[in-house]
Write a new protein. Sequence first.
Length: 376
Amino acid sequence: MGNKPFVFGVATSGDNFTDRKKETERLLLNFQYGVNTVLISPRRWGKTSLVKKVCGLAQSENLKVVYIDIFSCRSDREFYDTFATAVIKQTSSKLDEWIETAKLFLSRITPKISISPDPTTDFSISLEMNPKSENIDDILQLPEKIAQKKNCKIVICIDEFQQIAEFSDSKTFQKRLRTIWQLQKDVSYCLFGSKKHLMNELFEKKSYPFYKFGDAIYLQKIGTADWVEYICNRFEKTGKHISEELAERICKIVDNHSSYVQQLSWLVWVHTDETATENSFKEAYQDLIDQNTPLFEKQTESLTTYQMNFLRAIVGGVESEFTKQEVLTEYQLGSSANVSIVKRALEKKELIEIEKRKISIPDPILKEWLRREFVL
Ligand SMILES: Nc1ncnc2c1ncn2[C@@H]1O[C@H](COP(=O)(O)OP(=O)(O)OP(=O)(O)O)[C@@H](O)[C@H]1O
Ligand SMILES: [Mg+2]
């Protein structure tokens, strides 16, 4: 079986990773020089892929990189468990060393270490029921202690960082992290996540502990030229052909949205025998919408009529001044007070995005799907 020419749905790497040269360089420098980084973008643009790539490049004898995904953490306790496990596991390679490190630096917490049937592959740490507050700091200090002992630097990457905003008493938790992290000398952090407004809130509000925590990178889309080269290449490599014009149209129709470019390219490739045609493109685009329909139905099924009407207004071309009387009437949005409530709710659901007062639907396929729904 050959390598899939296109990858979507999971973080990508190797031959399926394209461009991002500038961001890769900047992030790599931050890792190497211990600069804290905050990386933000809408969903599925390629944060995880980028950070994982840089992790691979940066990893060395003197620089250890720890990658943690906290998507499934629902509380600070789960965060501490996940954090301790990942830090210990990823800074040393042998089981004996794991246990030794845990004993040495987490002795006050008496962590329970559970080991899976195959001890070389997995283990996890869970903490005693209610560790005392000062003992919890031991966990946050763990990377610094390991770095000193091993005489190396450590970078901790935390994916889906916006998750911490959902913890109860999140601000106290954030303060605690920041207080400890900012004093560490041998450890730096790369915090990244997707719910853009949440990430913005965490890092841009003066009253929040993480305000100005580090180098803020707003990940941009991958440019058309890079995509076209990539798409054409992947076709050629697998014995098929696509014109640059058609490759360009793939990018355009999904607005250069990373995941969709890959998914649509894949579908065009599937519909192509030797050379991609107008027909392959059309069929693939329909497939793309069909394949995403269940997801869109789920995302929109619980929306109120006002919220749907608001989306309808955006699809209809409105991008600002939703509270003008004509707009309120035409799209049945209720009062202007109502509009701000609806706006906030949709933003929270990540269905709309507000940038420089302009409102848009960041997901190009969702937008097209809505357009078709509204016509019916
Ligand atoms: N550099 C890249 N080159 C090619 N394709 C990419 C690149 N980055 C991302 N993609 C495409 O986008 C998809 C999503 O990438 P990734 O999971 O890294 O994004 P993300 O921003 O972490 O998403 P999420 O917000 O869901 O966590 C990948 O499966 C791949 O199809
Ligand atoms: Mg991700």
